[in-house]
Design a protein around this ligand. Structure first.
Ligand code: ADP
Ligand code: MG
Length: 228
């Protein structure tokens, strides 16, 4: 499903070039549950942004569901982002003036769905993350955990093949983090492919495979028998 070959990402910095990803090879099969770990600055977010087609590599190949994403135009990438990828951010990235329902329905606006269809699908997915009684609340009327549930619902609404989450529990207390991780385990159990970044060893233990990044390279890639 995901195949990376010698992915490199450099960033210009003044007159110099910072090499952030230094040749990543990675294969992820359908319905895997992967945790990506590594020290701060090791390139986790850079890699997630590439996987989520929010950024393109400096060199190397990225095959997603049989298509070479690294060769795509901006329009083609936007189409892949809308149809195949759900992205969850540490800071939730919700529209503050919009209700939970409107936030979740937004990707469907881009997908061209009708108003009634958008409403029905947003309600369905908000139900599935346990927020049936919070649909008309705005983000500042919700707890951190509820906001992240809205963001997860938004990521799910287009039925993407992959869910990517960059430190989704980074702004949550430990009890709420456990609830959000249970949600990711449910999403994985429903047949989704999940890749998430975390700093915390006990959060990573939910995943079935743990990849550690160091200094822009994969340091280790191991199966985790204890995943949930
Ligand atoms: P992590 O998520 O593992 O903490 P990042 O992928 O955010 O690490 O960043 C890895 C390194 O790349 C950092 O040293 C960071 O400063 C650098 N970096 C990330 N994005 C940019 C950018 N747009 N321009 C320059 N340097 C960047
Ligand atoms: Mg990061």
């Amino acid at each position: 499903m995901i195949k990376l070959r010698q992915i490199k990402r450099d960033f210009p910095l003044g007159s110099q070039v910072v090499k952030v990803l230094k040749g990543i090879d990675l294969d992820v099969r359908r319905n895997e549950y992967v945790a990506l770990m590594g020290p701060s600055g090791s390139g986790k977010s850079t890699l997630m942004n590439l996987l989520g087609c929010l950024d393109t590599p400096s060199s190397g190949e990225y095959w997603l569901n049989g298509k070479d994403v690294s060769k795509m135009t901006d329009n083609e990438l936007a189409e892949v982002r809308n149809s195949e990828i759900g992205f969850v951010f540490q800071t939730f990235n919700l529209l503050p003036r919009s209700t939970a329902l409107e936030n979740v329905a937004l990707p469907l606006v881009y997908a061209g769905a009708s108003t009634t269809d958008r409403q029905a699908r947003a309600e369905e997915v908000l139900n599935s993350v346990g927020l049936s009684d919070r649909m008309d609340h705005r983000p500042n009327q919700l707890s951190g955990g509820q906001r992240q549930r809205v963001a997860v619902a938004r990521a799910l609404v287009n039925h993407p093949s992959i869910i990517l989450a960059d430190e989704p529990t980074g702004n949550l207390d430990s009890k709420t983090s456990v609830e959000i991780m249970k949600l990711f385990s449910d999403i994985h159990a429903r047949g989704n492919t999940v890749i998430l970044v975390t700093h915390e060893e006990d959060i990573a233990q939910h995943a079935h495979r743990i990849i550690r990044l160091r200094d822009g390279m994969i340091e280790s890639d191991e199966k985790n028998e204890h995943g949930s």
